[in-house]
Write a protein that binds this ligand. Structure first.
Ligand code: ZN
Length: 414
């Protein structure tokens, strides 16, 4: 902690905000369970968040050193990124996936002896997930932290809350600004919190119509696939330039060359659990494969976010069998990306989670093909750190313990 603040002192003179002296209030981010707001003065730096976790100059901590304001990612505030990051970036988010979820799926696939393939990636880190107002994040704040590099309150989709309420630029915006194509894929409905955090904005995650509108007006990913409905209206997508597919066969026969934007509108809500059979809808690996086929035609590179959205839902239900099937479908999607014809020196693949769900523990691995013995300790999210697995350029920057805001910074060249 001491080292962290010493680095703040160095940048204070450069980046300190010129805001009025004031008494300010903020939740204590370093004391899990302490939800009471703490009051500081403009001379008390003890509660400053480090610049790499929050920098809302105009909000709760006006004297704290900041790299910018709510538009911190524009050139006038923080300057251009030092580097442009990897040419291709594929970010896999297992919603609700903790270490034990990975372990349990490895048990089911390989028994005692083996884990999942992405556990063999070259770099690993452990990631903290707390939100701006709670030691236990939800997917809105967790997704926003990953997508924008900024802490927000639970329930907020890529807006500066607490703060000015402005829309926060996302990593998808950043990659598009340097000429790359954008893809967003999920097994949850497309306006759900995680995909929404990358291409939508709303003060509340349940404002699906607002999220869909911002997605089709400004987010505008080149590929958007997942469960439909919940604010997604096919005619609105078509008016925004999307060609729409609604089933597996249609997706497989799409001619990706030179097409406009694509919307994969698969059902009217979250896609079904794998264990229940998904009918004529595509599996996550199929959506991933077609997305890569489409996006990789961009010579400038691409950003693709793929969410295993229903890992979390099964975990809320403490449903081990469905959770593991979702995990294995998620792993297959990762394998599809690692086996794709992409230059490994130019493609960073990240596998991580927005938070853990269920307080899962593996008690005992059984033989391959059998469910492990597990213990669920809650039906809600927890604040335990989640894993990050990285392979490709920039992978070595993911090590030790990192904050969930760090991903954005690394991937935008920070
Ligand atoms: Zn959840």
């Amino acid at each position: 902690m001491k080292k962290r603040f010493s680095s703040i002192v160095i940048v204070l003179g450069l980046w300190g905000c010129s805001l009025p002296d004031a008494i300010w209030i903020q939740p204590n981010p370093y004391a899990p369970g302490d939800d009471t707001e703490r009051i500081g003065t403009d001379t008390d730096t003890s509660l400053c968040l480090p610049c790499d976790t929050d920098c809302s100059c105009d909000t709760h901590c006006p004297f704290c050193p900041c790299a910018g304001t709510d538009s911190a990612h524009t050139s006038t505030d923080s300057g251009p990124p030092a580097q442009e990051g990897p040419r291709n970036l594929i970010l896999f988010i297992g919603d609700g996936m903790g270490y034990a979820h990975v372990e349990a799926a490895g048990c089911r696939a390989h028994g005692e002896s083996g884990g999942l393939a992405f556990e063999q990636f070259s770099s690993h880190a452990s990631m903290m997930t707390q939100s701006s107002n709670n030691p236990v994040t939800d997917s809105a704040a967790g997704g926003t932290a990953i997508a924008t590099g900024r802490k927000v309150n639970n329930g907020v989709i890529a807006m500066a809350i607490p703060g000015s309420g402005n829309e926060l630029p996302t990593i998808a915006d950043y990659y598009r600004s340097i000429g790359r194509s954008i893809g967003i894929v999920s097994t949850a409905h497309m306006t759900s919190a995680t995909p929404a955090a990358f291409v939508g904005h709303a003060p509340l995650r349940t404002e699906f119509t607002t999220i869909a509108r911002s997605c089709f007006e400004t987010g505008l990913p080149d590929i958007l696939m997942g469960g439909g409905g919940r604010g997604i209206v096919i005619e609105d997508a078509q008016a925004a330039g999307y060609r729409v597919v609604t089933g597996r066969d249609e997706l497989a026969s799409v001619n990706t060359a030179g097409a406009a934007r694509w919307l994969g509108h698969f059902g009217e809500d979250n896609m079904p659990y794998e264990l229940d059979g998904i009918g004529d809808l595509p599996h996550l690996y199929e959506m991933t494969a077609q997305s890569i086929a489409f996006l990789s035609s961009d010579p400038d590179g691409f950003f693709l976010m793929v969410e295993g959205g229903r890992i979390d839902h099964a975990s809320h239900l403490n449903d081990t069998a469905r959770m593991i099937e979702e995990m294995l479908a998620f792993e297959l999607a990762v394998e599809t990306a690692t086996n794709a014809s992409l230059d490994p020196d130019e493609t960073l693949i990240l596998v991580t989670a927005d938070h853990e769900c269920g307080g899962l523990q593996v008690i005992k691995c059984n033989d391959a093909g059998l469910l492990p013995d597990v213990q669920w300790t809650t039906s809600v999210h927890t604040g335990v750190p989640v894993p990050v697995y990285a392979q490709g350029p920039f992978a070595d920057r993911f090590s030790g313990t990192i904050d969930n805001t760090r991903i954005y910074q690394i991937l935008t060249g920070g």
